[in-house]
Ligand binder design. Structure first.
Ligand SMILES: [Zn+2]
Length: 357
């Protein structure tokens, strides 16, 4: 038998928690207005508890590479009867965004079509990314219900990717809803576009920088993003909703019609909710196999080369800050925070100090 553990020492993020409280307070409105078949909606959404924390120390499997949210329980029947709890780790997402912005070359500068896109992403995307995660964790996973008699294991090996897609689509659909501005969750009616743009670009190409050339796309979150992006690209072709462009031998994906894209997110959400609620294994399998797995080898090679030229790594990790007590006259009066940058050194020090075996 094999086991792992994860641990996060954290403090509550008061400002960000206020945002997820607003989302949770309105959970029933979101459920009632979602674009899915009424039979699959929860009559009463209960138990959605949202909390935003800042991690101060990561341990076990969270260190050095950490999740950005914790969302439990996994079992659908427990969620339905007792509700669920979501925790978002805000300072981790924030650090990812800031370090990406500070880099001389970024995926934004490489994969954005023009200056207007770059300006929009710089203005909104650090925030819209966080809001997307909140909606995904607080509402997306908790929304909808299975029809009586349908097993929560009905979708088998496709269930993780489809479940992530369902939560992402719920978030994406609502990002573009006027309710977001009304609830002051978004500053204006333009902000959501930054999220749509970066989501599609990531799902269509940027994320494949993480996949070895010649390998299929197998990780659940990455399959989900590819599924959503490719499906919307194909369904929107006639209206040119998402356009594949080329310049200097490089491929770009540009969103031309945000309203229609929102409509497509809603349509796919309705279908994936139907698949889950009815336990339609064959339809789930067909979606994943058609849209989520196969990466076009020519595009894959191009993405990997462009990503490599940026000199950034596809995954990030964190070295823990050292929190050092300031002692005066034998009493702790304050704490000083130091930010070491030597991961190996920190690991060895932990081993020496805390190794008990
Ligand atoms: Zn999720």
């Amino acid at each position: 038998m094999k086991a792992t553990w994860e641990a996060v020492v954290n403090i509550r993020d008061a400002a960000a928690s206020a945002r997820t409280e607003t989302i949770s307070e309105n959970a029933q409105w979101f459920e009632d207005n979602s674009p899915i078949d009424p039979r699959f909606k929860k009559k009463t959404v209960k138990g959605i508890s949202a909390k935003v924390i800042d991690a101060t120390t990561l341990g076990g499997d969270c260190y050095p590479s950490t999740p950005i949210g914790i969302n439990l329980p996994n079992a659908d029947w427990i969620r339905k009867e007792h509700g669920s709890k979501s925790v978002t780790i805000a300072n981790i997402t924030h650090a990812y965004n800031l370090s990406a912005e500070e880099a001389p070359k970024s995926t934004t500068s490489e994969f954005a079509w023009d200056e207007q896109e770059i300006a929009m992403i710089k203005k909104y995307s650090a925030y819209t990314d966080e809001l997307h995660t909140d909606l995904h964790e607080c509402l997306g996973h908790g929304s909808g219900q299975l029809l009586a008699g349908v097993s929560s294991n009905a979708l088998g090996e496709y269930s993780s990717a489809l479940e992530e897609a369902r939560a992402d689509l719920f978030a994406l659909y609502y990002m573009g809803d006027p309710k977001m501005v009304e609830l002051k969750l978004l500053p204006d009616a333009e902000a959501y576009k930054a999220q749509y743009l970066t989501y599609i670009r990531n799902g269509m190409q940027v994320q494949f920088a993480r996949v070895e050339q010649g390998r299929p796309n197998t990780e659940a979150h990455m399959q989900n993003r590819k599924l959503i992006s490719e499906w919307c690209y194909e369904k929107g072709l006639a209206d040119n909703v998402i356009e594949k462009k080329e310049r200097d031998g490089k491929t770009y994906f540009v969103v031309n019609d945000y309203e229609k894209l929102r409509g497509l997110f809603g349509e796919l959400l309705a279908e994936i909710q139907r698949i889950k609620s009815e336990g339609d294994y064959a339809a789930g399998k067909a979606l994943i196999e058609k849209y989520a797995i196969h990466i076009d080898p020519v595009l894959h090679k191009e993405v990997r080369e462009r990503y490599a030229s940026l000199g950034i790594r596809p995954y990030g990790g964190f070295v823990n800050p050292e929190i050092i007590p300031v002692i005066e006259n034998g009493e702790v009066t304050d704490y000083r925070i130091e930010y070491p940058d030597d991961f190996l050194g920190q690991m060895l020090e932990y081993g020496e100090k805390y190794g008990v075996l």
